[in-house]
Design a protein around this ligand. Structure first.
Ligand code: AMP
Length: 411
């Protein structure tokens, strides 16, 4: 079955066309027929579509006023004779949507119907930046592909197994009851994919006692403690702002510091949101960039603020790893994923340096050689297996959509 995977932002659309079925899932095969990005929806949108099987990249700029027009144009591109990965829209068996927030209602992926749509919309209040564009994507696909079943795969769903002691804040309980103020966690599709893959990597798939930590380190960063395939704690909270230092997000912060800055700098709510989400993190600390590659280069040239930003990044990650080892009561395996986790040997090394006493050892040669592909980076026989596991959220979304349509259980 060909599944169209959509990830909608406010003016962007990422998509993949993935071929999947039960046999391909059993072989753990990733067959992406096309990967595309549409930017600047609402005016002259820029389309970039890669066709991995053919080594072709299609590019075009077209006036595209809304998400529906973007989906329609993307489908036309996939049907063009020089692409020909789709013979017609009837070729698509399902659409899978990345939906950021499923609140407490969704602990697994679901087919979208009117009731599900209302429940996703009811999360607008707690996810005002993320859920509205996801719903736009759903409506666009429903119009462009009438009758094709559509599934929602939630970033929060994997973390619905967190116990109350991990998800409650130390606030008056009534705020949880009245407004849903609690930790939800995000990047759940990535942590679910990476933790399952890691379990397989160490030959302990479906072992209920397996204790793993997954570090998703991209522009957004989060870390999750997983026991027997279930998330038991994660670093992002009510929103994706909490936890690790990120490209432009502050991560953990004393809320009193934000209130003080609001007063001192005379900032309104929107401005403080932008400060914490867009101008903080690696970018804010370094004053150089939110891009880890640029920071490592600047540090090598002697830039002290680039160095301190990287130090804070690695230190906080290391602290969380220690905390989650305590949460899990030990550790069997740890994975690095995301742009930084998959590609940056120095960050992996700096984070884990000197932790041999805790069973965390990195083999320098293996670590340096592990770039972008699944690879073990701990020495053979080490108590904790450490690996680079490239994430693939789109593949998991496609598989969930396929399983839901085929009436199969979600793995
Ligand atoms: P993602 O959001 O997963 O695409 O990850 C983006 C982040 O990965 C950016 O901070 C990039 O600088 C970082 N990244 C990608 N490749 C490398 C690399 N070779 N070394 C360090 N960071 C990298």
């Amino acid at each position: 079955m060909k599944v169209l995977v959509l990830n909608c932002g406010s003016s962007s659309l990422k998509f993949q066309l993935i071929e999947t079925d039960q046999e391909r899932i059993a072989r753990d095969e990733d067959l992406a027929l096309a990967r595309g990005l549409v930017d600047n929806i609402g005016s002259d949108a820029v389309f970039k579509v890669e066709l991995p099987g053919r080594g072709v990249t299609l590019r075009e700029t077209a006036e595209v006023l809304d998400h529906k027009a973007a989906v329609v144009r993307a489908l036309e591109l996939l049907m063009r004779p020089d692409a020909a990965v789709l013979s017609g829209s009837a070729d698509i068996g399902a659409v899978g949507h990345r939906v950021v927030h499923g609140g407490e209602r969704f602990s697994a992926s679901v087919l979208i119907d009117d009731e599900v749509l209302r429940a996703i919309e009811s999360c607008f209040d707690i996810a005002p930046l993320h859920n509205p564009p996801n719903v736009k994507g759903y409506r666009a696909a429903r119009e462009a592909l009438p009758g094709v079943p559509q599934a929602a795969v939630f970033d929060t769903a994997f973390h619905q197994t967190l116990p109350a002691k991990a998800y409650l804040y130390g606030l008056p309980y009534v705020l949880y009851e009245r407004h849903g103020i609690r930790r939800y966690g995000f990047h759940g599709t990535s942590h679910r994919y990476v933790s399952a893959r890691l379990a397989r990597h160490v030959g302990r798939e479906k072992d209920p006692s397996l204790r793993v930590i997954t570090c998703h380190l991209g522009n957004g960063c989060s870390i999750t403690a997983v026991r027997g395939g279930r998330s038991i704690d994660t670093s992002m909270g009510f929103t994706p702002l909490e936890g690790l230092l990120m490209g432009t997000r502050s991560g953990d912060l004393d809320p009193a510091a934000a209130l003080h800055v609001m007063r001192k700098e005379e900032l309104g709510e929107r401005e403080v949101q932008a400060l914490l989400n867009k101008h903080s993190g690696l970018l804010g600390l370094s004053g150089v960039s939110n891009d880890m590659r640029a920071l490592l280069e600047a540090e090598a040239k002697g830039n002290p603020r680039a160095k301190v930003a990287i130090d804070v990044f690695c230190y906080r990650l290391r602290k969380y790893i220690g905390a989650y080892m305590a949460t899990l009561g030990g550790l069997d395996a740890l994975a690095f994923a995301g742009g930084i986790g998959e590609n940056s040997a120095p960050i992996r090394e700096r984070t884990l340096h000197g932790l041999e006493a805790l069973g965390l050892a990195v083999d320098p040669g293996r670590n340096a050689g592990a770039n972008g592909a699944e690879a073990r980076i701990s020495p053979d026989g080490s108590p904790v297996a450490i690996a680079v596991i490239p994430t693939n959220e789109e593949l998991l979304i496609a598989r969930d959509a396929y399983r839901l349509v085929a009436g199969l259980p979600l793995a």
